[in-house]
Design a protein around this ligand. Structure first.
Ligand SMILES: Cc1cc2ncn([C@H]3O[C@H](COP(=O)(O)O)[C@@H](O)[C@H]3O)c2cc1C
Ligand SMILES: O=C(O)c1cccnc1
Length: 341
Protein backbone atom coordinates (compact mmCIF):
# COMPACT_ATOMS: atom_id res chain seq x y z
CA UNK A 1 0.00 0.00 0.00
CA UNK A 2 1.23 3.50 -0.81
CA UNK A 3 1.70 6.11 1.90
CA UNK A 4 1.46 9.11 -0.42
CA UNK A 5 1.99 12.80 0.32
CA UNK A 6 1.64 14.05 3.86
CA UNK A 7 -0.94 11.45 4.86
CA UNK A 8 -0.10 9.54 8.02
CA UNK A 9 0.30 5.77 7.66
CA UNK A 10 -2.91 5.05 9.61
CA UNK A 11 -4.93 7.26 7.21
CA UNK A 12 -4.60 4.55 4.53
CA UNK A 13 -5.82 1.91 6.97
CA UNK A 14 -8.80 4.08 7.94
CA UNK A 15 -9.66 4.66 4.31
CA UNK A 16 -9.54 0.94 3.55
CA UNK A 17 -11.77 0.27 6.57
CA UNK A 18 -14.38 2.72 5.28
CA UNK A 19 -14.84 1.12 1.87
CA UNK A 20 -15.83 -2.46 2.72
CA UNK A 21 -18.31 -4.38 0.55
CA UNK A 22 -21.67 -5.32 2.06
CA UNK A 23 -22.49 -8.97 2.65
CA UNK A 24 -24.50 -10.33 -0.28
CA UNK A 25 -28.17 -10.75 0.73
CA UNK A 26 -29.21 -12.46 -2.51
CA UNK A 27 -26.50 -15.12 -2.08
CA UNK A 28 -27.84 -15.76 1.44
CA UNK A 29 -31.38 -16.01 0.05
CA UNK A 30 -30.16 -18.54 -2.53
CA UNK A 31 -28.67 -20.73 0.21
CA UNK A 32 -31.86 -20.52 2.29
CA UNK A 33 -33.94 -21.48 -0.70
CA UNK A 34 -31.90 -24.63 -1.41
CA UNK A 35 -31.68 -25.47 2.29
CA UNK A 36 -35.48 -25.54 2.46
CA UNK A 37 -35.53 -28.33 -0.16
CA UNK A 38 -32.97 -30.64 1.47
CA UNK A 39 -34.01 -33.95 3.04
CA UNK A 40 -34.25 -32.83 6.65
CA UNK A 41 -36.74 -30.95 8.81
CA UNK A 42 -36.24 -27.18 8.43
CA UNK A 43 -33.63 -25.84 10.86
CA UNK A 44 -32.54 -29.31 12.00
CA UNK A 45 -28.88 -28.73 11.15
CA UNK A 46 -28.83 -25.70 13.44
CA UNK A 47 -25.70 -23.63 13.14
CA UNK A 48 -24.46 -25.78 10.23
CA UNK A 49 -27.18 -24.02 8.23
CA UNK A 50 -26.29 -20.49 9.32
CA UNK A 51 -22.60 -21.17 8.70
CA UNK A 52 -23.34 -21.81 5.03
CA UNK A 53 -25.50 -18.68 4.84
CA UNK A 54 -22.60 -16.72 6.32
CA UNK A 55 -20.11 -18.22 3.83
CA UNK A 56 -22.42 -17.31 0.95
CA UNK A 57 -22.94 -13.75 2.19
CA UNK A 58 -19.22 -13.15 2.57
CA UNK A 59 -18.16 -14.84 -0.68
CA UNK A 60 -21.12 -13.26 -2.54
CA UNK A 61 -22.25 -16.49 -4.15
CA UNK A 62 -25.08 -18.95 -3.43
CA UNK A 63 -22.50 -21.70 -4.09
CA UNK A 64 -19.69 -20.90 -1.62
CA UNK A 65 -16.55 -23.07 -1.44
CA UNK A 66 -14.06 -24.12 1.20
CA UNK A 67 -11.63 -25.89 -1.09
CA UNK A 68 -8.56 -23.81 -0.35
CA UNK A 69 -8.64 -23.06 3.39
CA UNK A 70 -5.48 -21.61 4.91
CA UNK A 71 -4.19 -21.37 8.45
CA UNK A 72 -1.94 -18.29 8.75
CA UNK A 73 0.19 -18.04 11.89
CA UNK A 74 1.84 -14.71 12.67
CA UNK A 75 4.79 -14.66 15.06
CA UNK A 76 6.28 -11.76 16.99
CA UNK A 77 8.33 -11.04 20.09
CA UNK A 78 7.48 -8.65 22.90
CA UNK A 79 9.59 -6.33 25.05
CA UNK A 80 7.17 -6.80 27.94
CA UNK A 81 8.56 -10.31 28.60
CA UNK A 82 11.32 -8.49 30.54
CA UNK A 83 8.63 -7.99 33.22
CA UNK A 84 8.53 -11.73 33.95
CA UNK A 85 5.06 -12.25 32.48
CA UNK A 86 5.60 -15.67 30.87
CA UNK A 87 7.14 -18.83 32.31
CA UNK A 88 8.83 -19.46 28.94
CA UNK A 89 11.79 -17.53 27.52
CA UNK A 90 11.50 -15.43 24.37
CA UNK A 91 13.63 -17.91 22.33
CA UNK A 92 10.66 -20.28 22.38
CA UNK A 93 8.91 -18.13 19.75
CA UNK A 94 11.60 -18.88 17.15
CA UNK A 95 12.03 -22.47 18.32
CA UNK A 96 8.30 -23.05 17.79
CA UNK A 97 8.61 -21.65 14.24
CA UNK A 98 11.25 -24.31 13.62
CA UNK A 99 8.87 -26.85 15.11
CA UNK A 100 6.07 -25.65 12.76
CA UNK A 101 8.46 -25.99 9.80
CA UNK A 102 9.42 -29.52 10.88
CA UNK A 103 5.77 -30.53 11.32
CA UNK A 104 6.01 -31.14 15.06
CA UNK A 105 3.44 -28.74 16.53
CA UNK A 106 -0.22 -29.34 17.38
CA UNK A 107 -1.32 -27.13 14.50
CA UNK A 108 0.59 -29.28 11.98
CA UNK A 109 -1.39 -32.34 13.04
CA UNK A 110 -4.75 -30.54 12.91
CA UNK A 111 -4.02 -29.05 9.47
CA UNK A 112 -2.98 -32.40 8.04
CA UNK A 113 -5.98 -34.18 9.58
CA UNK A 114 -8.40 -31.80 7.83
CA UNK A 115 -6.36 -30.94 4.72
CA UNK A 116 -5.84 -27.27 5.56
CA UNK A 117 -2.89 -25.28 4.17
CA UNK A 118 -0.47 -23.73 6.67
CA UNK A 119 1.69 -20.63 6.31
CA UNK A 120 3.81 -19.10 9.06
CA UNK A 121 4.85 -15.43 8.99
CA UNK A 122 7.96 -14.43 10.96
CA UNK A 123 7.62 -10.77 11.98
CA UNK A 124 11.11 -9.54 12.88
CA UNK A 125 11.53 -11.94 15.80
CA UNK A 126 14.99 -10.56 16.53
CA UNK A 127 13.54 -7.10 17.16
CA UNK A 128 11.08 -7.37 20.04
CA UNK A 129 8.55 -4.54 20.36
CA UNK A 130 9.02 -1.85 23.01
CA UNK A 131 8.15 -2.72 26.61
CA UNK A 132 4.56 -1.44 26.77
CA UNK A 133 4.81 -0.61 30.48
CA UNK A 134 7.08 2.33 29.66
CA UNK A 135 7.10 2.90 25.88
CA UNK A 136 5.02 2.30 22.75
CA UNK A 137 5.25 -1.18 21.24
CA UNK A 138 5.61 0.26 17.72
CA UNK A 139 5.68 3.59 15.92
CA UNK A 140 2.85 4.40 13.54
CA UNK A 141 4.85 3.68 10.40
CA UNK A 142 6.01 0.27 11.65
CA UNK A 143 2.51 -0.61 12.85
CA UNK A 144 0.88 0.30 9.53
CA UNK A 145 3.62 -1.47 7.55
CA UNK A 146 3.10 -4.61 9.65
CA UNK A 147 -0.64 -4.43 9.04
CA UNK A 148 0.09 -4.15 5.31
CA UNK A 149 2.38 -7.19 5.55
CA UNK A 150 -0.42 -9.13 7.23
CA UNK A 151 -2.70 -8.33 4.31
CA UNK A 152 -0.41 -10.50 2.16
CA UNK A 153 -1.79 -13.59 3.89
CA UNK A 154 -4.91 -13.14 1.82
CA UNK A 155 -3.51 -14.21 -1.53
CA UNK A 156 -3.22 -17.24 -3.75
CA UNK A 157 -6.93 -17.83 -4.18
CA UNK A 158 -7.69 -18.95 -0.62
CA UNK A 159 -11.40 -19.24 0.17
CA UNK A 160 -11.23 -19.39 4.00
CA UNK A 161 -8.65 -17.97 6.41
CA UNK A 162 -8.07 -19.30 9.92
CA UNK A 163 -5.87 -16.99 11.98
CA UNK A 164 -3.31 -17.96 14.56
CA UNK A 165 -0.31 -16.56 16.41
CA UNK A 166 2.89 -17.47 18.20
CA UNK A 167 4.66 -15.01 20.48
CA UNK A 168 5.86 -15.57 24.01
CA UNK A 169 4.29 -12.92 26.23
CA UNK A 170 1.38 -12.16 23.93
CA UNK A 171 -1.37 -13.06 26.41
CA UNK A 172 -0.12 -10.03 28.39
CA UNK A 173 -0.33 -7.94 25.23
CA UNK A 174 -3.89 -9.15 24.53
CA UNK A 175 -4.92 -8.40 28.12
CA UNK A 176 -3.54 -4.86 27.86
CA UNK A 177 -5.52 -4.28 24.66
CA UNK A 178 -8.75 -5.54 26.28
CA UNK A 179 -8.15 -3.46 29.40
CA UNK A 180 -7.56 -0.37 27.23
CA UNK A 181 -10.63 -0.97 25.05
CA UNK A 182 -13.06 -2.20 27.68
CA UNK A 183 -11.88 -0.72 31.00
CA UNK A 184 -12.71 -2.44 34.29
CA UNK A 185 -10.03 -3.98 36.48
CA UNK A 186 -6.76 -5.15 34.87
CA UNK A 187 -7.09 -8.42 36.80
CA UNK A 188 -10.35 -9.23 35.03
CA UNK A 189 -8.58 -9.40 31.64
CA UNK A 190 -5.44 -11.24 32.74
CA UNK A 191 -5.19 -15.04 32.73
CA UNK A 192 -2.40 -17.54 33.26
CA UNK A 193 -1.44 -17.84 29.57
CA UNK A 194 1.05 -20.68 29.24
CA UNK A 195 0.73 -21.27 32.99
CA UNK A 196 2.27 -18.56 35.18
CA UNK A 197 2.25 -19.21 38.92
CA UNK A 198 0.59 -16.81 41.37
CA UNK A 199 3.64 -14.52 41.51
CA UNK A 200 3.76 -14.46 37.69
CA UNK A 201 0.05 -13.68 37.54
CA UNK A 202 0.60 -10.74 39.90
CA UNK A 203 3.44 -9.49 37.64
CA UNK A 204 1.15 -9.79 34.59
CA UNK A 205 -1.62 -7.81 36.26
CA UNK A 206 0.90 -5.16 37.34
CA UNK A 207 2.33 -4.94 33.80
CA UNK A 208 -1.10 -4.60 32.18
CA UNK A 209 -2.13 -1.99 34.70
CA UNK A 210 1.12 -0.03 34.28
CA UNK A 211 0.90 -0.16 30.48
CA UNK A 212 -2.65 1.20 30.35
CA UNK A 213 -1.78 3.85 32.94
CA UNK A 214 1.35 4.92 31.01
CA UNK A 215 -0.50 5.30 27.67
CA UNK A 216 -3.85 6.39 29.13
CA UNK A 217 -4.11 9.78 27.40
CA UNK A 218 -3.69 8.19 23.93
CA UNK A 219 -6.09 5.27 24.06
CA UNK A 220 -9.25 6.74 22.52
CA UNK A 221 -8.26 5.73 18.99
CA UNK A 222 -8.23 1.91 18.50
CA UNK A 223 -5.30 2.10 16.08
CA UNK A 224 -3.31 3.95 18.76
CA UNK A 225 -4.20 1.17 21.19
CA UNK A 226 -2.84 -1.28 18.62
CA UNK A 227 0.47 0.47 18.04
CA UNK A 228 1.11 1.41 21.67
CA UNK A 229 0.02 -1.81 23.39
CA UNK A 230 0.03 -4.37 20.59
CA UNK A 231 2.66 -6.45 18.92
CA UNK A 232 3.69 -7.23 15.39
CA UNK A 233 1.60 -10.41 15.19
CA UNK A 234 -1.45 -8.53 16.50
CA UNK A 235 -0.98 -5.75 13.93
CA UNK A 236 -0.44 -8.25 11.10
CA UNK A 237 -3.58 -10.18 12.07
CA UNK A 238 -5.60 -6.95 12.09
CA UNK A 239 -4.28 -6.30 8.57
CA UNK A 240 -5.15 -9.84 7.47
CA UNK A 241 -8.70 -9.50 8.82
CA UNK A 242 -9.15 -6.21 6.94
CA UNK A 243 -7.76 -7.61 3.69
CA UNK A 244 -10.00 -10.66 3.99
CA UNK A 245 -13.02 -8.39 4.56
CA UNK A 246 -12.26 -6.40 1.40
CA UNK A 247 -11.54 -9.53 -0.68
CA UNK A 248 -14.61 -11.40 0.57
CA UNK A 249 -12.67 -14.16 2.30
CA UNK A 250 -14.37 -15.61 5.41
CA UNK A 251 -12.18 -15.62 8.54
CA UNK A 252 -12.16 -18.04 11.47
CA UNK A 253 -10.89 -16.42 14.66
CA UNK A 254 -8.90 -18.46 17.17
CA UNK A 255 -8.61 -17.75 20.87
CA UNK A 256 -7.85 -15.05 23.38
CA UNK A 257 -4.85 -13.58 21.52
CA UNK A 258 -6.24 -13.55 17.97
CA UNK A 259 -9.39 -11.84 19.24
CA UNK A 260 -7.28 -8.89 20.44
CA UNK A 261 -6.61 -8.04 16.76
CA UNK A 262 -10.31 -8.48 16.00
CA UNK A 263 -11.25 -6.28 18.98
CA UNK A 264 -9.21 -3.37 17.60
CA UNK A 265 -11.15 -3.49 14.33
CA UNK A 266 -14.47 -3.99 16.12
CA UNK A 267 -13.78 -0.84 18.14
CA UNK A 268 -13.26 1.03 14.83
CA UNK A 269 -16.49 -0.36 13.35
CA UNK A 270 -18.29 -3.58 14.37
CA UNK A 271 -19.15 -4.31 10.71
CA UNK A 272 -15.43 -4.89 10.04
CA UNK A 273 -15.95 -8.33 11.63
CA UNK A 274 -19.02 -9.35 9.60
CA UNK A 275 -16.86 -11.90 7.74
CA UNK A 276 -15.47 -13.43 10.97
CA UNK A 277 -16.68 -16.41 12.96
CA UNK A 278 -15.34 -17.47 16.38
CA UNK A 279 -13.75 -20.91 16.07
CA UNK A 280 -13.73 -21.62 19.79
CA UNK A 281 -13.78 -20.12 23.26
CA UNK A 282 -10.40 -20.39 24.91
CA UNK A 283 -9.91 -21.53 28.49
CA UNK A 284 -7.94 -18.30 28.99
CA UNK A 285 -10.10 -16.44 31.52
CA UNK A 286 -11.68 -13.47 29.83
CA UNK A 287 -12.08 -14.84 26.31
CA UNK A 288 -15.77 -15.56 26.81
CA UNK A 289 -16.35 -11.95 27.84
CA UNK A 290 -14.39 -10.72 24.80
CA UNK A 291 -16.47 -12.88 22.45
CA UNK A 292 -19.68 -11.54 24.00
CA UNK A 293 -18.47 -7.98 23.37
CA UNK A 294 -17.65 -8.91 19.78
CA UNK A 295 -21.13 -10.52 19.46
CA UNK A 296 -19.52 -13.80 18.36
CA UNK A 297 -20.80 -17.18 19.54
CA UNK A 298 -17.98 -19.73 19.49
CA UNK A 299 -18.35 -22.96 17.51
CA UNK A 300 -16.32 -25.05 19.97
CA UNK A 301 -15.61 -25.13 23.70
CA UNK A 302 -12.87 -27.70 24.27
CA UNK A 303 -10.99 -26.19 27.24
CA UNK A 304 -8.13 -25.38 24.86
CA UNK A 305 -5.69 -22.53 25.56
CA UNK A 306 -2.89 -23.07 23.08
CA UNK A 307 -3.14 -20.47 20.33
CA UNK A 308 -1.36 -21.39 17.02
CA UNK A 309 -4.83 -21.27 15.36
CA UNK A 310 -5.52 -24.68 16.91
CA UNK A 311 -9.15 -23.92 17.87
CA UNK A 312 -9.80 -22.12 14.60
CA UNK A 313 -8.41 -24.99 12.53
CA UNK A 314 -10.62 -27.51 14.37
CA UNK A 315 -13.60 -25.28 13.59
CA UNK A 316 -12.67 -25.34 9.88
CA UNK A 317 -13.56 -29.04 9.94
CA UNK A 318 -17.10 -28.15 11.07
CA UNK A 319 -17.39 -25.44 8.42
CA UNK A 320 -16.33 -27.96 5.76
CA UNK A 321 -18.90 -30.45 7.04
CA UNK A 322 -21.60 -27.76 7.05
CA UNK A 323 -20.86 -26.96 3.42
CA UNK A 324 -20.68 -30.64 2.45
CA UNK A 325 -24.20 -31.13 3.84
CA UNK A 326 -25.51 -28.14 1.94
CA UNK A 327 -23.95 -29.09 -1.40
CA UNK A 328 -24.15 -32.89 -1.18
CA UNK A 329 -27.55 -33.61 0.36
CA UNK A 330 -30.40 -34.68 -1.88
CA UNK A 331 -33.57 -32.62 -2.12
CA UNK A 332 -36.93 -34.17 -1.20
CA UNK A 333 -37.74 -34.35 -4.92
CA UNK A 334 -34.44 -36.00 -5.89
CA UNK A 335 -34.60 -38.60 -3.12
CA UNK A 336 -38.32 -39.32 -3.46
CA UNK A 337 -38.84 -38.45 0.22
CA UNK A 338 -42.24 -36.97 1.06
CA UNK A 339 -41.98 -33.38 2.31
CA UNK A 340 -44.30 -32.09 5.03
CA UNK A 341 -47.74 -30.99 3.91
C1 LIG B 1 5.90 -24.53 23.62
C2 LIG B 1 4.80 -23.51 23.37
C3 LIG B 1 3.99 -23.62 22.24
C4 LIG B 1 2.98 -22.68 22.02
N1 LIG B 1 2.10 -22.55 21.04
C5 LIG B 1 1.35 -21.50 21.27
N2 LIG B 1 1.72 -20.92 22.41
C6 LIG B 1 0.99 -19.78 22.98
O1 LIG B 1 1.59 -19.29 24.17
C7 LIG B 1 2.13 -17.99 24.03
C8 LIG B 1 1.44 -16.99 24.91
O2 LIG B 1 1.49 -17.32 26.26
P1 LIG B 1 2.31 -16.44 27.31
O3 LIG B 1 1.73 -15.07 27.23
O4 LIG B 1 2.07 -17.13 28.61
O5 LIG B 1 3.77 -16.49 26.91
C9 LIG B 1 1.97 -17.64 22.58
O6 LIG B 1 3.14 -17.91 21.89
C10 LIG B 1 0.82 -18.50 22.15
O7 LIG B 1 0.71 -18.71 20.80
C11 LIG B 1 2.76 -21.62 22.90
C12 LIG B 1 3.57 -21.49 24.03
C13 LIG B 1 4.60 -22.43 24.28
C14 LIG B 1 5.47 -22.28 25.48
O1 LIG C 1 -6.45 -18.59 23.63
C1 LIG C 1 -5.34 -18.22 23.26
O2 LIG C 1 -5.20 -17.56 22.21
C2 LIG C 1 -4.11 -18.54 24.07
C3 LIG C 1 -4.20 -18.93 25.37
C4 LIG C 1 -3.04 -19.20 26.09
C5 LIG C 1 -1.83 -19.06 25.48
N1 LIG C 1 -1.76 -18.68 24.22
C6 LIG C 1 -2.86 -18.42 23.50
Amino acid sequence: MAFAGTALPFDDIRELARGMPALDASAVAGVKQRDGQLTKPPGSLGRLETIVEWLAGVQATPSPTVSRPLVAIFAGNHGVVARGVSPYPQEVTRQMLENFAAGGAAINQICSTFDIGLKVFDLALDIPTGDITCEAALDEKACAATMAFGMEAVSGGIDLLALGEMGIGNTTIAAAIYHALYGGEAAHWVGRGTGVDDAGLARKIAAVSAAVEFHRSHLKDPLEVLRRLGGREIAAMAGAILAARSQRVPVVLDGYVVCAAAAILHAMDPALLDHCIAGHVSAEGAHGDVLARLSKKPLLDLDMRLGEASGAALAVSLIKAALACHTGMATFAQAGVTDKA
